[in-house]
Design a protein around this ligand. Structure first.
Ligand code: DGL
Length: 257
């Protein structure tokens, strides 16, 4: 059997591009639907109830209006807060959730000093606590990057540089592993490197894409019948001009590393 229904992706904005671009390379025959909820960015400081309720609306839309065969939460904050609720409510639809790649550090460079950068919402979540204490390496700092995803979303380049200089300065020369625990942060790798130098970056995009492939294979939901992918991109910005701008940025970033 083969399924031509789309795979739904959601994020609080453009950050999920860092995930979908990996998925597309691994699964190049699929149709994708990406929802960029930029009108509600940032998710990082919202309450659990607000995030669950918004993710519920988006999942309902993806399952019932877009007939998505699977949903990828391409947002660490949404995953941390809403995945249990969504899996219970939409139990017929596989829901794949990203998480900060702290296990990858454990597997590849467990002795190096590790900095986990993520939203406050992710770091304070029970889901992250479980992950953290399972793989704790006695040599890790957690940094809640309040406002960082927003600067990346808004492309405020100068403010982004100042923010990183101010917040990462103390880690210069000490860090060897940096976990990018928010899907927006891989878009600022170059700027982070400018402050921290040559560090190892870890993010969950490849892992989540492999997990997506595994789940679709197991459930016999892969689309083997075409040779090219399609992506429908929808952004929730207030004006059509802003929506167009996001769309252009999304497709420009799709082919970048
Ligand atoms: N991209 C999101 C994440 O991975 C959320 C950023 C935000 O909206 O605060 O956590």
């Amino acid at each position: 059997m083969s399924s031509s229904k789309p795979i739904g992706f959601l994020d609080s904005g453009i950050g999920g591009i860092s995930v979908i671009r990996k998925a597309v390379r691994l699964l190049p025959n699929e149709d994708y639907f990406f929802f960029s909820d930029s009108v509600n960015n940032p998710y990082g400081d919202k309450s659990d109830e607000e995030i669950i309720s918004r993710c519920d609306e988006l999942a309902d839309f993806m399952v019932n209006k877009k007939s998505c065969k699977a949903i990828v939460l391409a947002c660490n904050t949404a995953s941390a807060k809403a995945v249990s609720f969504l899996r219970e409510k939409y139990s017929d639809t596989p829901i794949i959730a990203i998480e900060p790649a702290y296990k990858m550090v454990h597997d590849y460079n467990p002795d190096g000093f590790t900095l986990v950068m993520a939203t406050r919402g992710t770091l304070e979540s029970e889901k992250f606590h479980k992950l953290f204490y399972t793989y704790y390496n006695n040599n890790t700092s957690l940094l809640a990057c309040v406002g960082l995803a927003d600067l990346i979303e808004q492309e405020k380049k100068e403010e982004l540089k100042e923010y990183l200089e101010r917040n990462l300065h103390d880690y210069k020369g000490k860090v060897s592993n940096v976990v990018l625990g928010c899907t927006h942060y891989p878009l600022a790798k170059a700027e982070i490197k400018e402050v921290l130098g040559d560090v190892n970056f870890f993010d969950g995009a490849n892992g989540v894409s492999r997990q997506l492939k595994r789940v679709l294979t197991e459930k016999d939901l892969l689309n083997n019948q075409k040779s090219k992918f399609t992506i429908e991109f929808v952004d929730s910005s207030e004006t059509p001009e802003q929506q167009e701008q996001k769309k252009k940025r999304f497709f420009d970033l799709l082919s970048e590393e």
